[in-house]
Write a protein that binds this ligand. Structure first.
Ligand code: OAD
Length: 252
């Protein structure tokens, strides 16, 4: 059974890397991007998440980010975040690569976190490029740097490159792991999704956790279907000798 195999891969691994997406925060009440209730159903990314959109209307872009900050601010990490933070304490080497900007992994206790799409809690000056933390909700809009220029959210927008050092570390963690866990991501946004191919090509077992089939379900070594907040704790649980409670729908 794939769940049992996945458990044994995790138990014997000396290095595990996880890639997470918006789905892991869904059970914390934070909307995902795609799907029927996703953010990109209500808003156009080209109006809100591109350098051009910010140049055209920084107030609008900031209002959207300020709204998302207020949602995230009141949210709590869920059992899925908690399971990954616990896994980090069990494996000699663990790297958590996240596309999420919400900071919930760190709030759940994860330490080795690579935020490849930046953080919604960081601001960056559009002129001097100084970067700083600001947890205030709501922000005074639009925020400015101490040099007087506009600040922008320190997140990666469409059409922008990923932070080089973080991306290099993510690539290394993907090629050097025994198990690569893919949790709550549609796995269609590149270059992030390319990490899965990297890990697979380097020989890692790929375990996917998602509420539905995705672009990578067919080639994952084990694709577990269900909410991350339920499946991850179950995956990390040492099973009693009897059959496990969860019966994942997709198994290979
Ligand atoms: P998406 O919204 O594309 O995908 C979310 C995934 O989570 C989907 O595959 C859902 O099926 C799954 N999902 C939903 N609820 C879940 C749950 N409770 N447990 C497990 N899985 C669940 O979000 P991402 O893949 O993160 O980039 O999107 C990638 C990037 O595209 C984001 O970082 C963002 C976005 O546009 C930028 O803004 C640059």
């Amino acid at each position: 059974m794939c769940l049992d195999k996945a458990r044994s891969w995790i138990e014997t691994a000396s290095s595990i890397t996880a890639l997470t997406g918006a789905g892991i925060s869904a059970e914390s009440g934070i909307p995902t991007f795609r799907g029927a209730t996703g953010l990109w159903k209500q808003f156009r990314p080209e109006d809100l998440a591109t350098p051009r959109a910010f140049a055209r209307n920084p107030e609008l872009v900031w209002q959207w980010y300020d709204w998302r900050r207020s949602l995230i601010h009141t949210a709590q990490p869920n059992a899925g975040h908690g399971a990954l933070s616990e896994l980090e304490t069990r494996v000699p080497r663990f790297t958590l690569i996240t596309q999420n900007v919400d900071g919930l992994h760190q709030r759940a206790g994860s330490r080795n976190v690579l935020e490849i799409h930046g953080s919604i809690w960081k601001l960056r000056c559009t002129k001097c490029r100084r970067q700083w933390h600001d947890m205030s909700v709501p922000l005074e809009l639009p925020p400015h740097c101490q040099c007087g220029a506009f600040a922008r959210p320190a997140v990666v927008w469409f059409g922008e490159g990923l932070p080089e050092d973080v991306w290099a570390a993510a690539g290394q963690a993907s090629t050097e792991c025994d198990v690569f866990l893919v949790v709550g991501t549609s796995a269609i946004v590149y270059p992030a999704a390319g990490l899965i191919d990297l890990a697979r090509a380097a020989g890692a077992k790929v375990i996917e956790v998602n509420v539905e089939r995705t672009a990578i379900s067919a080639y994952a070594d084990c694709a577990l279907t269900g909410p991350a907040g339920e499946v991850l704790p179950e995956l990390l649980r040492t099973p009693p000798s009897s059959a496990s409670r969860l019966a994942p729908e997709i198994e290979r």
